[in-house]
Design a protein around this ligand. Structure first.
Ligand code: GLP
Length: 257
């Protein structure tokens, strides 16, 4: 696990964007794993800006989303498909085509089947080329909440109250409007990515980042399983890095790599 500590969220996002641009530069048909939440916003803004300037084009890429709320209205702005369309597709944002943005169907009449077929697609690809991740304040990745299997595949999940509280800001600050269930790639699915870039910014993520990088591998902090992946880069700002015990060493190692 490489850990890069940046002055602010914009710089961390910029580094993540550079890593994506490198993968797409090497392979214009790259398969990207894309995350929602507010943390990747600076990253997506950078990708859009490079596309506008003709420096980056995702038109031959495929993208796979991590998760989706169950039962959310198709036109709800917080439906993750809509969030990703807005960030990466609409108005020729990055060149990514709507038909190449793959998302889970949280309104399927057979959710288990929707989860399974989505997982099989990713499995058939041998995992995505580069997976962008955020992290929940309770250490969840995608929507893999504490206490779940660390080798799970795409499945239905029940959201914790903490996650629903955290996400209420996207639902008029009303926790009752936040769906209770979701479909999510499993930790095993996410671990099949060839490279993983996790972004975490803000003091609210400091404890989760501490566990992710320095805690024991445990289902209580699902993100800790990433310690078992051989190509993970964690990009954090100073606030999210504030609880790291070996912070100075990580900075030294990052500067000498
Ligand atoms: C949501 C998403 C996760 C995201 C997390 C953090 O629950 N399902 O993929 O990483 O929240 O969100 P934010 O980046 O807004 O803090």
């Amino acid at each position: 696990m490489q850990i890069g500590i940046f002055e602010n969220a914009e710089q961390a996002g910029q580094k993540a964007a550079e890593m994506i641009a490198q993968v797409v530069g090497d392979n214009p048909q790259a398969i990207l794993g894309v995350a929602t939440g507010s943390t990747p916003d600076p990253l997506y803004a950078q990708l859009r800006s490079w596309h506008k300037d003709g420096k980056l084009d995702l038109s031959a890429c495929q993208a796979y989303a991590l998760d989706e709320y169950v039962g959310i209205a198709v036109d709800h702005p917080e439906r993750y498909r809509n969030v990703l369309l807005k960030n990466l597709v609409w108005e020729n944002a990055t060149g990514l085509k709507a038909e190449n943005l793959h998302t889970l169907d949280g309104n399927s009449t057979d959710l288990a089947q929707a989860a399974q077929s989505y997982d099989s697609e990713i499995q058939a690809l041998g995992g995505v080329d580069i997976q962008i991740l955020g992290i929940g304040s309770d250490g969840h990745i995608a929507f893999n909440e504490p206490g779940g299997s660390l080798t799970s595949r795409t499945h239905i999940e029940v959201l914790t109250e903490q996650t629903r509280k955290d996400n209420a800001r996207f639902f008029n600050d009303d926790i009752d409007q936040v769906p209770t269930h979701c479909l999510t790639q499993g930790m095993g699915t996410i671990m099949s990515a060839k490279a993983i870039v996790l972004l975490a910014t803000g003091a609210g993520k400091a404890q989760a980042v501490k566990q992710l990088c320095e805690g024991a591998v445990s289902a209580f902090w699902p993100a800790t399983i990433l310690q078992m992946h051989n190509n993970v880069t964690v990009l954090v700002d100073e606030a999210a890095a504030s609880k790291l015990e070996l912070k100075e060493y990580y900075c030294e190692r990052w500067s000498k790599l």
